[in-house]
Ligand binder design. Structure first.
Ligand code: DSN
Length: 425
């Protein structure tokens, strides 16, 4: 077989990029070496449609054990009664839940994408907004916060079958209890998508959705620091609320509905190499030092918010409870797109992001989103966050000055040498 030197070189280039730069994208992180190596393992060769003990292929004895470990560890990590570790991504986890609990055309109520919500919560460009009748709640312009009375008002108006809480760019904690009382009032099921703050929830730094939400979805690669993938959980399994029964006349449990929505409803063969890597990540998250990590993530985010505000940056909701912040750059006279491009040139990797009530398009935007999960994994602390803000400010106030940008880049590249990434490679 011909060796692929082209991809080998690109892998080296990407590792160098990750090693030398400051990774501030709120949805990214660096997995452990074992998680990464498990993703690139012989488990990738195995077909295993079905679930442990009930597969459509032979030779699944070993992957069955790995998938069972992943399920059991995930249940322990969140105190969940039910877990499915097969969704290929967070969006697929959401799609499977929608498939399981909704009929095409059913009304749903989610957090507006342009206020910080997620594409798969009803955006018109996504399947969720095309197949279902999507309605939204948002944040208040003056506070950047969700007004729960308005959520209730909206729910009473549109009578959703499913309410979704959770976001991609909301820096505050969620009132799951109030969401549940609204869902009960209108007869909706409640889904929490905790893709971003999952690690902070697992370590009890944020409110726990499991006692309140019927179903929980997440990714595994953000604050949870695992492989790229999705999961579905329930705090408590329950009988389906639509009176569906088995042939024997027994009520069908939601666990069965969700399992068949994932496979065969939404996906075929599970990615057993990713599932095994999820098991490794859950094992890591169950160790004491993971809680120390998540605490540092939040401290770093709060230090960064404070330093940014001291330099006159407008942070949506004026603070953060989690690992991320959304910066409205309108008072700085640059768009999110220009800021992102200049920051990336200096190897400060961020993403442009709509801010609530944005007057720019999603390709331009008025804001940037920053998160501290990845830099905290590298070992950076609150003092370093002040230095990062100095660099961000130098770049944003000099977006057209390549001399300044190159000077910042050189300083960052030298600084990051103190924080080796995958030294074994
Ligand atoms: N793209 C992810 C994020 O950056 O938050 C969500 O899917």
């Amino acid at each position: 077989m011909q060796h692929d030197y082209a991809i080998e070189q690109l892998l080296k280039d990407e590792l160098n990029r990750q090693r030398h730069g400051l990774e501030l994208i709120a949805s990214e992180n660096f997995t452990s070496l074992q998680v990464m190596q498990t993703m690139g393992s012989c488990f990738s060769n195995k077909y295993a449609e079905g679930y442990p003990g009930k597969r459509y292929y032979g030779g699944c004895e070993v992957v069955d054990k790995a998938e069972t470990l992943a399920i059991e560890r995930l249940k322990k990590l969140f105190g969940a009664e039910y877990a499915n570790v097969q969704p290929h991504s967070g969006a697929q986890a959401n799609a499977a839940v929608f498939l399981g609990v909704l009929k095409p055309g059913d009304p749903i109520l989610g957090f507006d994408l342009s206020h910080g919500g997620h594409l798969s919560h009803g955006s018109p460009v996504n399947f969720s907004g095309k197949v279902y009748q999507a309605n939204f709640y948002g944040v208040e312009e003056h506070s950047g916060l969700i007004d729960m009375d308005k959520v209730e008002q909206k729910a009473m108006e549109v009578k959703p079958k499913l309410i979704i809480c959770g976001a991609s760019a909301y820096s505050r904690d969620w009132d799951y209890q109030r969401f549940r009382s609204i869902a009960d009032k209108v007869g909706a099921l409640l889904l929490a998508d905790i893709a971003h703050p999952a690690g902070l929830i697992a370590t009890q730094l944020l409110n726990d959705p499991l006692p309140h939400c019927h179903i929980i979805t997440s990714t595994t690669h953000k604050t949870l620091r695992g492989p790229r993938g999705g999961i579905i959980m329930m705090g408590k399994n329950f009988e389906n609320p639509w009176g569906r029964t088995t042939k024997a006349g027994k009520p069908i449990m939601m666990s069965d509905i969700l399992n068949s929505a994932v496979f065969p409803g939404m996906q075929g063969g599970p990615l057993e190499h990713i599932i095994a890597a999820k098991a490794v990540a859950f094992h890591e998250a169950l160790q004491d030092d993971y809680k120390d990590y998540t605490q540092r993530v939040v401290k770093n985010a709060q230090a960064m918010v404070k330093a940014l505000m001291e330099k006159g940056y407008k942070i949506i909701s004026d603070g953060t409870d989690n690992h991320l912040m959304l910066i409205d750059l309108r008072n700085k006279g640059v768009t999110g797109k220009v800021a992102e491009q200049a920051l990336v040139k200096a190897e400060l990797t961020v993403n442009k992001n709509m801010v609530p009530f944005d007057d720019q398009s999603p390709m331009i935007t008025s804001g940037i989103r920053i998160g501290t999960a990845a830099i905290t994994t590298r070992g950076l602390d609150e003092k370093d966050c002040h230095q990062i803000v100095n660099w961000i400010d130098q770049v944003i106030t000099n977006v057209e000055n390549d001399t300044t940008i190159n000077k910042v880049k050189a300083e960052i590249n030298e600084f990051m040498q103190q924080y080796p990434l995958y030294p074994e490679l």
